[in-house]
Each structure stands twice: as structure tokens, then as C-alpha cells.
Design a protein around this ligand. Structure first.
Ligand code: UDP
Ligand code: MG
Length: 313
């Protein structure tokens, strides 16, 4: 392993989707803070197929500052793919991934850099201490998601964010992970290496609104769980086993009753309840298997994670 360079070049990767309304202002703040660290840097701005003036703004800024580079994806591929595109294009030795809406405070980059310097860790992650303004529904569902994920996969990602600083060893390892369904936070946790955490409070969005619909969040959650754990599949097997034992007992009882009282037609309620229960379990089980099948299907197709339309070097 080569020791970290004394004078690393910093690549700040920012995925952007429909951030045009405040991009100039956000970029100014980010640049000011990165410049203050005093190392060579580049800003890799990834336009994730926005339909507003995000790309025009990137082009304009890139003309006036040579540190700014842009990658424009051919359509909206999602944040994780945009991060991947940015990291592929980045040319530094040290990488920072952050949101473009100032919800990841740019002042923190300097602290992360200093923590990296002093601790020698491979990854410095910013952990959410206060989650910012979020609705009660979002809060509950995200708590449920992280609970499920940690139960199923053993990775406790509560408070984890995509705001991270890491070295080229981690970047190369991440880019080498072959899966198409990406979950940046979880995959970086899976990689291991030495890690340090510093906390931050999530600020309010600069402007505009979050591009994550409920459906996309559910997708990300299902993705994260199916790509990090096969426990749900084993649970189906276990549930099937329990039901089988239960069914054997009931069969014995039914046969016995029939032999003692051949004339009775009892147990209507039992039959209905069993029907409903077993039917429900089977549908659910099939659904879970379908999720894994879909995951395999996606991975087997081996399509590229993203397509680049324009590049500003
Ligand atoms: N983003 C992206 N592609 C998407 C959705 C979001 O590149 O399809 C970017 C977005 O521009 C922002 C970051 O990912 O820089 C976080 O998105 P957002 O603020 O919408 O999410 P939240 O803060 O609610 O997690
Ligand atoms: Mg945001």
C-alpha cells in the first residue's frame, strides 16, 4: 500500500438533478470552502439528466474556472449512478462526495480533510446528527428501513449519509464492485478499511425540492435490502417449515376427528383462516422471491451504470 501523498489533489464530486435554481450560489459556497483548504482541487459536477438549466450553469462556471469539470448523463440515472460517473471521471487522489443543495455543509469538508490527515483513516464520513426538516411519515419509514437493513445485513447505517471523504484505494475498490444496483452508503460500509466519523446537522435545502418520490425511496430501500442480504429468502423457507409442521398436526387432528365422528362436517372457520393465512404467506413469499429474481435479472443484463452525453474536461 502506498502511503497517502503529502500534497493530495482533491476531487469533489457533486451529483446534480434539477438544481439549476440555486446552483451558482451553491457552487460559490462549495468552491470557497474547498479553496480554503489550500490543496489542488477539482469540482466534478455531474448533471444527472436534469431538464432545467443545470447543465447550462455548469458550462458557464466551467468556462471561468479551470477547476470545474462537468459530466452530463444522457438521462436521469439516479443519484448513485451519478456519483459513480463522477468518481469515474475524477482525477484526484482524495475524493469527496456531497449533495449539491447545501444540505451537506461545505464548511465540513475542511474538518473532514483535517480528520483524514490526523487520523490516517481511509474514509471520513459525515454522520447526520440532526436529520433536518423531515415529515413524521418520512422519519418513521426511514427508521423502519434502517432497522430492517441492520437486522438483515448486519450493517447499521443509521445516520449515515452520502457525504464522505475517502482515498483512492476506497474509490478504486468501490468502482470495482460489479453490481449494477448501487447503494453508495451501504457499499462503502461493506468495503471496510479504517473509518472515522464526524457529525453534522442537515441544513435545509438551498431551494427547489427533493427529487426523491416515495416510490423511488421504496425502490432504493428494496434494492438496498435485496442486494445486501438474502435473509428474507431464508425467512420464507423457515416460515414454510413452521407451517408444514403446523399443517401435519392439523391433518392428524382432522383425520382423528373424522374417524371418531364420521358424520360431522366441522372446522369451517379453521379452513377459511388457514386458506387466508397460507394464501397470504405464499403471495408474500412469491413477491420476495420476485424481488431477488428482478435483482438477478438486472445484474445479468450487465448494462452500463450510466451513459455520458457530454464531458467538460
Ligand atoms: N440527485 C441526483 N439524481 C437524482 C436525484 C438526486 O443526482 O435522481 C442529487 C441531487 O441533485 C442532490 C443529491 O442527489 O445533489 C441529493 O438529492 P436530494 O436533495 O433530492 O435528496 P435528499 O436531500 O432529500 O436526500
Ligand atoms: Mg437534499
Amino acid at each position: 500500500m502506498t502511503p497517502p501523498p503529502a500534497d493530495p489533489r482533491l476531487s469533489v464530486v457533486v451529483p446534480l438533478y434539477r438544481e439549476g435554481s440555486h446552483l451558482s450560489k451553491s457552487l460559490e459556497t462549495i468552491e470557497k470552502n474547498v479553496r480554503a483548504i489550500g490543496v489542488t482541487y477539482e469540482l466534478v459536477l455531474v448533471d444527472d439528466g436534469s431538464d432545467d438549466d443545470t447543465w447550462t450553469t455548469i458550462k458557464e462556471r466551467a468556462r471561468s474556472a479551470k477547476e470545474i469539470r462537468g459530466v452530463r448523463l444522457s438521462r436521469n440515472f439516479g443519484k448513485e449512478a451519478a456519483i459513480c460517473a463522477g468518481l469515474d471521471a475524477a482525477r484526484g487522489d482524495l475524493f469527496v462526495v456531497m449533495d449539491g443543495d447545501l444540505q451537506h455543509p461545505p464548511e465540513l469538508i475542511k474538518d473532514m480533510f483535517q480528520t483524514w490527515r490526523s487520523s490516517g483513516a481511509n474514509v471520513v464520513e459525515a454522520v447526520k446528527e440532526h436529520r433536518g426538516a423531515e415529515g413524521i411519515f418520512y422519519r418513521i419509514s426511514s427508521a423502519l428501513f434502517y432497522w430492517l437493513l441492520s437486522r438483515f445485513s448486519g450493517y447499521d447505517l443509521r445516520g449515515a449519509s452520502d457525504f464522505k471523504l475517502f482515498d483512492s484505494q476506497v474509490r478504486d475498490a468501490w468502482l470495482r464492485m460489479g453490481e449494477k444496483a448501487l447503494f453508495f452508503r451501504g457499499m462503502v460500509a461493506w468495503l471496510g478499511f479504517t473509518r472515522e466519523a464526524i457529525t453534522f446537522s442537515v441544513a435545509d435545502r438551498a431551494s427547489g425540492s427533493s427529487a426523491w418520490s416515495l416510490m423511488r425511496l421504496v425502490r432504493l430501500a428494496v434494492n438496498a435490502i435485496t442486494s445486501f442480504s438474502s435473509l428474507p429468502l431464508h425467512l420464507i423457507t423457515a416460515a414454510g417449515g413452521v407451517f408444514f409442521v403446523f399443517a401435519l398436526g392439523l391433518t392428524g387432528r382432522a383425520l382423528y376427528l373424522k374417524s371418531v365422528h364420521p358424520e360431522i362436517a366441522q372446522g369451517f372457520t379453521t379452513v377459511i383462516i388457514l386458506q387466508l393465512l397460507i394464501g397470504g404467506m405464499m403471495m408474500f413469499g412469491l413477491g420476495v422471491m420476485g424481488e431477488y429474481l428482478a435483482q438477478i435479472y438486472r445484474e445479468v443484463k450487465a448494462r452500463p451504470r450510466y451513459i455520458v452525453r457530454d464531458l467538460i474536461e
